[in-house]
Design a protein around this ligand. Sequence first.
Ligand code: GLV
Length: 311
Amino acid sequence: MRVLIHIDQAATWRDALAEHLPDAEILTSEAPANQRRDIDYLAAWKPPEALLREQTDLKGIINLGAGVDALLNNPGLPDDVPIVKLRDAGMAELIGDYVRYGVLHFQRDFDRYRRQQARHEWREHTVDDKRDWPVGVLGLGAIGAKVASMVAADGFPVHGWSRSPKQLDGITCHHGDDGLPELLGQVRTLVLLLPGTPHTRHIINAEALASLPEGASLINPGRGTLVDEAALLEALGEGESEGRLRGALLDAFPAEPLSEESPFWSHPRVWVTPHMAGPTPLKDAVGQVAELIEAFEAGETLETVDPGAGY
Ligand code: GLV
């Protein structure tokens, strides 16, 4: 069996995967083209189009991340090869930590204190009780469900939303078109963890932002396409004084890297991070990749990506 890996630091991945699959021949995409033949499985994060096109006999593709939008939008993707993606694999906890940091950032007024510090202003704000700070999580897949439970464990009331009904312990679950405004109307921090699909594009538009309570905040460690950026800037308003939207912590953008000209960089109530909320942790992920390949080889029925749904 031959496995081809394409990701940053692919050699480290190759060596780690070799420990789990001692009988496999594992190559990285840096191997010479004449060796990258007869590959059975491609394990890749954002592979170039040409790399996908040169593989004609793949039995399966393993997406080395949670979101499959980049892969599904790749014109070189063959349409008859099953795709599986990593599920959680350590990413959920990393994203959960990012979100917990973001929720506390707003709830404990770190945003305001940073601006006050710049003015050398010593002024304490009354702390809003966590129990009066509902947090909304859009997307209750492997990552969203874990993040929701981590925030709930911190003592915040958590509302979750998914397209179809879900039940999660300790989370008030909403679903479908009617459930979304129901959730938006009551959360003080909104967290976006939906997949980037044609259905979720601009789900956070002017109308959705207007449904949030005055002074709400936004955390987006998911996908940039979920947000209508012009509507977000409008809802934030300009300058330091808080608009309808108090602030935003943004890790994902429709085009990455974020352009140097983007107004988000210099907005005083926006925090930009470079898509770092949930890197794929090699240790957790590599075992899952090996299991997926073994399951493919054993002919087991795998939970594959549905290209029509986009996840
Ligand atoms: C990262 O954005 C991922 O989808 O894994």
